[in-house]
Design a protein around this ligand. Structure first.
Ligand code: 3HC
Ligand code: NAI
Length: 683
């Protein structure tokens, strides 16, 4: 069957796209739309056209799989949209699901747009390192004005149809279950109009735009947009719409679009788009693996992680019983959850009613027995094997058969934890990232005996609570923290050479990380794993702990912190480092930023390659997804493995060899070397 079909509703021609899964605007869809418009213009009995889609969504954009491939004979999207817009007969876009990218551009080419209330509309191209390439930056501001258009084109986030209606993007909201009938009705109501709105010809919303609005927007969003090329191009394109007629603006938009499409940032971001979707697939767990119902969750520990983990489920409407060992930490945990929700409500992102609804789903408890009827229990107690084993031994006796027993451990052996139960097939690692209610990453740690249904259910659950999941095998620190350890090992070597925290951190923030290793250590707390008894006076971090400089929480760590958390370099710490450097005999006058970057990142690539070699990660792109969502690796570089490919793996290996004396235990991955020999990347 053709992907575009037409049928009549009296004098209205209804054009229907059926191109699963998301009605992407591939070649056949574009050709079909033009043919349908020709059918409409060639038939006098047709007085209006409705364009809608079957399946779960209106057009979700251009077909991303066509990007970077040679052009075919089919018409391009601009031709499709211009054909629709030039129609003398009114064309109505009937939107459900998502009208995204090229999909919204098609809708903007229509004279009218109607949508069901649950629909979302957006121009997400920046998320792929692009700007709209089919007139979106020129038509959208003409329809909604510059102030509404700028956040849409630069963030890429879609807006709900109701908001769309309030800014003029949607002409009418229609029945959730009567889209076609209501759209046809709408089309009939405009047939007699003297003229129909043509988005590209409109000037009413852009006339008199304050030219200062663009720089003001850049300034207000500087932090969010730092490092990304596409949002700046999008701002320029919208500015063009305010200064030039559409016929000139369209080729100018193209001129901004094309270098982005050919550039590395877009290749990186498109790689991540597909990588995130690939990460959902577990090679030996078939798609039809039975999913276990998760109607009630237990969380053990109401500390930093337990509280955040609990919020994920409450927010998704799933009741949680949160168990602590004593009343005081339990009360603190509950109060923190409430405070977090109330802070969100104060920012207008939740209503008071939603806060109370979430809190009403929480049952605090001091009794593990209360977890007996939970479908899933997540343990987030102290990071000590003996305690974890004790907790799992008890859960084994308390929990109902088939319940999933999960640990949030950062490093510990999940198989050993599983062995403390009589049902290792039900045990899994669900490693959330801090703050667990905010960070989108979820590392799912698969034990040697974890059952397929337990894995499949955990993957599905990740989606339910809005997380991006990556599967890891068991090893110390799994994928994420094991790779991070490779970076952290450089700390002492840098200090021996007299490098100061701010110089090292700046190299990473310039690269695009939100913070450097020492800023991150201050945030997490320097005393993790430190004890007075084992403190080593030759290690900077240990000395800082001895002096009570435990990081942000004590107002002092590698840096000094003011009451409002403003960070300044510490004279005391820097003097300590330089003193230790002098004593080490390894102090150097100058270390280049390039060397610092190589020494921070190359060992991470090597560790990641070892992880792949050992089968701990399923695929290189999973590591990219994890580092972008879990550790702030800049998405526009594509993640560590993609980035390594853009640098050249030979350069990475050469760098590892060049600095080998800095890592006494360095073992260069065989996989990495093999790839260099074959001239391959991890793509
Ligand atoms: N092109 C090709 N394939 C696409 C696609 C697209 N635009 N959008 C989604 N897909 C594929 C996915 O890769 C996935 O394939 P898989 O099942 O083989 O893994 C499948 O469709 C389903 O996608 P999701 O798993 O993401 O489904 P969801 O229901 O969770 O989400 C969605 C649906 C919100 C539409 C989401 O897929 C999405 O955000 N898609 C991308 C939208 C986008 O970026 N559009 C702009 C494209 S660029 C453009 O239009 C340029 C223009 O200006 C010229
Ligand atoms: P935390 O110290 O903030 O909280 C642990 C809580 O568990 C405390 O409130 C404690 O009273 C409670 N607890 C201890 N034993 C208990 C028991 N037998 N029964 C019930 N409650 C008990 O620790 P945090 O940071 O929340 O860490 C918890 C786990 O999460 C650890 O395994 C840690 O490695 C892991 N993790 C921590 C991350 C972080 O950034 N803090 C990130 C990811 C994982």
């Amino acid at each position: 069957m053709s992907v575009i079909t037409t049928h009549r509703q009296g004098e209205v021609l209804v054009v229907v796209s059926n191109n699963p899964p998301v009605n992407a605007l591939g070649a056949a869809v574009r050709d079909g739309l033009v043919a349908a418009m020709q059918e409409a213009s060639g038939d006098d009995s047709v007085k209006a056209v409705v364009i809608r889609a079957d399946g779960r969504t209106f057009f979700a954009g251009a077909d991303i799989t066509e990007f970077g491939k040679p052009k075919t004979d089919s018409v391009d999207l601009n031709t499709v949209i211009n054909t629709i817009e030039a129609s003398a007969k009114p064309v109505v876009a009937a939107i459900h699901g998502t009208a995204l990218g090229g999909g919204l551009e098609v809708a903007l080419g229509c004279h009218y747009r109607v949508a069901v209330p649950s629909a979302k509309l957006g121009l997400p191209e920046v998320k792929l390192g692009l700007i709209p390439g089919a007139g979106g930056t020129q038509r959208l501001p003409r329809v909604v004005g510059v102030e509404a258009a700028l956040p849409m084109v630069t963030s890429g986030d879609p807006i709900p149809a109701k908001l769309g209606a309030s800014i003029g993007l949607v002409d009418a909201l229609v029945g959730e279950d009567s889209l076609e009938a209501d759209a046809v009705e709408f089309a009939r109501s405009v047939i007699g109009n003297a003229s129909h709105p043509v988005s590209s010809a409109r000037t009413d919303k852009i006339a008199g735009t304050d030219p200062g609005v663009f720089d003001a927007f850049r300034k207000a969003n500087a932090r969010k947009l730092k490092g990304f090329e596409a949002p700046e191009a999008a701002i320029q394109a919208v500015e063009i719409a305010t200064k030039h007629p559409f016929a000139q603006g369209l080729p100018m938009e193209r001129a901004l679009f094309e270098p982005l499409m050919a550039g590395t940032q877009s290749a990186a971001l498109r790689h991540l788009f597909f990588a995130e979707r690939a990460a959902n697939k577990i090679d030996d767990v078939p798609a039809d693996t039975p999913i276990l119902p998760i109607a009630k969750v237990g969380v053990i520990g109401a500390g930093t992680m337990g509280g955040g983990i609990t919020m994920n489920f409450l927010s998704a409407g799933i009741p949680v019983t949160m168990v602590e060992r004593e009343q005081a930490p339990l009360d603190r945990g509950v109060a923190t959850i409430r405070k977090n929700y109330e802070n969100t409500a104060a920012k207008g992102r939740l209503t008071g009613e939603q806060v109370e609804k979430a809190m009403s789903l929480l049952t605090p408890s001091l009794n593990l027995e209360d977890l007996a009827d939970c479908d899933l229990v997540i343990e987030a107690v102290f990071e000590l094997m003996e305690i974890k084993k004790d907790v799992f031994g008890k859960l084994d006796k308390i929990c109902k058969p088939g319940a999933i027993l999960a640990t949030n451990t950062s490093y510990l052996n999940v198989n050993e934890i599983a062995a403390s139960t009589s049902r290792p097939e039900s045990v899994i690692g669900l490693h959330f990232f801090s703050p667990a209610n905010v960070m989108r990453m979820l590392e799912i740690v698969r034990g040697a005996k974890t059952g397929a249904s337990v894995l499949a259910t955990s993957m599905k659950l990740a989606k339910t609570i809005g997380k991006v999941a990556v599967v890891a095998g068991v090893c110390h620190g799994f994928i994420g923290n094991r790779i991070l350890m490779a970076r952290q090992q450089q700390g002492d070597a840098f200090f021996e050479e007299g490098l100061l925290p701010e110089q090292v951190d700046k190299v990473l923030t310039d690269f695009g990380f939100p913070m450097g290793p020492f800023q991150m250590a201050d945030l997490a707390g320097l005393d993790i794993g430190w004890t007075k008894e084992t403190s080593d006076p030759s290690k900077v971090k240990d000395v800082l702990c001895e002096r009570g400089r435990l990081g942000q929480k004590t107002g002092a760590g590698f840096y000094d912190y003011a009451a409002d958390r403003t960070r300044t370099p510490s004279d005391e710490v820097n003097a300590l480092i330089l003193d230790l450097a002098d004593k080490s005999g390894k102090r150097r006058d100058h270390v280049s930023d390039e060397e610092i970057l190589e020494r921070l990142l190359y060992p991470m690539i090597n560790e990641a390659a070892l992880i792949l070699e050992e089968g701990i990660a399923q695929r290189a792109s999973d590591i990219d997804v994890m580092y972008v969502h879990g550790y702030g690796w800049p998405s526009y570089t594509g993640g560590p493995m993609f980035w390594a490919g853009t640098q050249g793996l030979d350069k990475i290996v050469a760098g590892l060899e060049k600095h080998a004396d800095k890592w006494p235990d360095l073992k260069i991955s065989k996989l990495l070397k093999d790839k260099v020999a074959k001239g391959e990347t991890f793509a």
